[in-house]
Design a protein around this ligand. Structure first.
Ligand code: ADP
Ligand code: MG
Length: 240
């Protein structure tokens, strides 16, 4: 089956000499189209670093990375940015909505600020897609609301809709429920579950929260910059 992500020996260090830290220490990872992979691990184990590398946000790493079958090494920064903009959606813990833009314009932001001419040309057609996405995330009719008037869970739903705007093939999420209370977090987990199931979206979510892993098709465990084996299949579900 087609690999959306293939990383070999991914490595990254911060600092030098005695203060040196290996944030990534030889990670091999493969993600197939249609998988929902949760990467679980404690704070500081390298999850955000891994996600930044896998999403082409951070190019200063050791090892090799293929995205959608393409070796990213020879790509210029502009070509990698274009690939990212077109094919990958990102969701972060802190939502990162633009406070001076309405919900609608926040969702449209990837097209508003895109250097991809097609995306810009399609901007008007995207109006219908925004309405569809607002409905999909349960915020139909809230397009004119400003982020400051929305709850954390609503903001994260807007951030997810924004990530979905240009119909990415891969959704990368960094602690997507980290700023939310348990109940709101569960709603966000269910939204990811639905996107994965209904749209066959490939999802990689890094998190320390077990509930994200409960809807994943595969769970990887990370410790000290490396993927590690977990003790048997029971802990994978995290409920026993
Ligand atoms: N910009 C940075 N400079 C120095 N050290 C960093 C930097 N970013 C992350 N680290 C270190 O790398 C390790 C992994 O960080 P991170 O990927 O953010 O972990 P996680 O997302 O799992 O909490 C940690 O020890 C962290 O302190
Ligand atoms: Mg992190």
């Amino acid at each position: 089956m087609e690999l959306v992500i293939e990383g070999k020996g991914l490595a990254k260090r911060y600092g030098e000499g005695p203060g040196m830290r290996a944030a990534l220490d030889g990670v091999d990872i493969e993600v197939k189209r249609g998988e929902f992979v949760a990467v679980l691990g404690p704070s500081g184990c390298g999850k955000s670093t891994l996600l930044g590398v896998l999403g082409g946000l951070d190019r200063s790493f050791g090892g090799k990375l293929w995205l959608f079958g393409e070796d990213i090494d020879p790509l210029s920064d502009a070509a990698l940015a274009a690939l990212r903009g077109r094919r990958i959606g990102f969701v972060f813990q802190a939502f990162h909505l633009l406070g001076h833009l309405s919900t609608r314009d926040n969702i449209l932001a990837p097209a508003l600020f895109s250097r991809d001419h097609q995306a810009v040309a399609d901007r008007r057609a995207l109006g219908d897609r925004v309405d569809h996405l607002l409905h999909e995330i349960g915020l139909g009719g809230r397009g004119d609301d400003m982020p400051a008037t929305m709850s954390g869970g609503e903001r994260q739903r807007v951030a997810i809709a924004r990530a979905m705007l240009l119909e990415p093939e891969l959704l990368l999420c960094d602690e997507p429920t980290g700023n939310l209370d348990a109940e709101t977090g569960q709603q966000i987990v269910e939204l990811f579950h639905r996107l994965h199931r209904d749209q066959n979206m490939t999802v990689v979510a890094v998190t320390h929260e077990l509930r994200v892993a409960e809807v994943a098709t595969r769970t990887l465990h990370m410790r000290g910059g490396a993927l590690v084996d977990e003790d048997g299949p029971r802990s994978v579900r995290g409920v026993e």
